[in-house]
Design a protein around this ligand. Structure first.
Ligand code: ADP
Length: 386
């Protein structure tokens, strides 16, 4: 009966789901069940007599338990590493217990192989990491798209705002030249009837100049958007500066005030490569400003010079100047200084000039003193075309 009971216990012991190891205080294995053998790759009875340190890598864990079996830490299962018969290490989960038999203390460990679970956990961690990375990437992309959308929206808003501002300004600015054209045309009729052809011709020139001015304003408006979107592509062609000066003089002369004189000084005889259209707009804008913001009987100097690498243009007047406190703002679109309140203008010209100069890879600078005058200087690199 006793023998049968013993066998029955053994069957129960060997069919447990976990490996059971029992060792004495010296950690010699005194009892083990079949699952423990198969977990660690041993044959029956091979473990018997081995030391627990032969199969548990972290033997300090067991030592600690032997010394402090009541420690809270041992109330739950612990993860550690097992060593198989062939030396291979693998993850295990173990629970320690202490028992007393015939006045001797023994220590048992219930051990499970958790390789599969660990593998799954590892996969899940990797997947989680990949997922987090994916989410991070997507978020970054989304942030970029949102940022771009914000930029386009702001640009759109600014453009709309500018258009509205320009229309308000332009309608105001259109009125003066239009009424001047109207009165000039009436005078043209009158002077023709009276045979005063010289006076008639003066007014014809005035009308022409006003029309150019209006046209210029419209061009400015169209130019704004191109500059904004960086669409200005210079078109370099051979250019004779004396010819260009002649054209600009013809254009601007009718706008000169009484007694105002334009003095040109050109030190470049040879042909240069430049974009004549852009250059003309740059210089006429500066010239119109010089005329507009200086008094009758004053001189305006335009000087063209060069050195080895650059061509320099300067436009100098002896007019109202730019207040020092506002000098850093004058290239801003629509900016007009406080002292030009009673002068017509839209505040677009210098913004365009700066945009064009930049597209020609040049620089613009100025020196100005209120009530003394202003001098703008443009530097453009010399273009050589092979
Ligand atoms: P505007 O149509 O007002 O002349 P611009 O863009 O050409 O616009 O010039 C911007 C501002 O810079 C002007 O409103 C004026 O305050 C100042 N400015 C430009 N050129 C001169 C100059 N030659 N003398 C004095 N002020 C100038």
């Amino acid at each position: 009966m006793l023998k049968e009971k013993k066998e029955f216990y053994k069957v129960c012991f060997d069919t447990m789901q976990v490996g059971i190891l029992v060792c004495n205080e010296q950690k010699e294995i005194v009892l083990e069940n079949n699952p423990l053998n198969s977990i660690f790759g041993y044959q029956n009875n091979e473990l018997h007599g081995l030391n627990a340190a032969d199969i548990l890598r972290d033997i300090a864990l067991l030592n600690n338990f032997i010394q402090h079996p009541k420690n809270q830490k041992y109330k739950t299962s612990l993860e550690s590493v097992g060593i198989k018969r062939d030396g291979e290490e693998f993850p295990i989960e173990l629970t320690f217990g202490k028992l007393e038999y015939e006045n001797q203390f023994y220590y048992k460990a219930l051990i499970s192989d958790i390789s599969e679970r660990k593998e799954k956990e590892k996969k899940i961690t990797t997947l989680n990491y990949q997922l987090e990375e994916e989410v991070k990437n997507r978020n970054n992309e989304l942030e970029k798209v949102v940022e771009q959308l914000k930029k386009s929206l702001n640009k759109e808003i600014e453009l709309n705002h500018l258009k509205t501002k320009f229309i308000a300004l332009a309608s105001h600015e259109f009125k003066t030249p239009l009424s001047a054209i109207l009165s000039s045309t009436e005078l043209i009729v009158k002077y023709t009837e009276l045979g005063k052809y010289h006076k008639r011709d003066t007014h014809v020139a005035k009308v022409k100049s006003m029309i150019h001015h209006l046209n210029g304003m419209l061009d400015d408006f169209l130019t704004l958007e191109n500059i904004e979107s960086g669409n200005i592509k210079p078109c370099y062609t051979p250019l004779n500066l004396n010819k260009l000066i002649k054209e600009i003089t013809k254009f601007t002369k009718p706008s000169l005030k009484k007694g105002q004189v334009l003095i040109f000084e050109n030190q470049i005889d040879e042909e240069i490569y430049q974009d004549p259209k852009l250059l003309k707009i740059i210089l006429t804008n500066l010239l119109y400003n010089a005329i507009k913001y200086s008094d009758e009987e004053s001189e305006i100097h335009v000087k063209i010079s060069q050195n080895k690498n650059n061509i320099y243009f300067s436009v100098k007047d002896y007019g109202i100047g730019i207040p020092e406190a506002e000098q850093n703002l004058i290239f801003n679109r629509f900016f007009r200084a406080k002292n030009v309140l009673y002068y017509p203008g839209t505040g677009i010209g210098l913004n365009i000039v700066k945009g064009y100069v930049t597209s020609l890879k040049g620089t613009i600078s100025f020196v100005s003193k209120e009530n003394k005058g202003t001098s703008f200087k443009i530097q453009l690199p010399k273009i050589t075309i092979q």
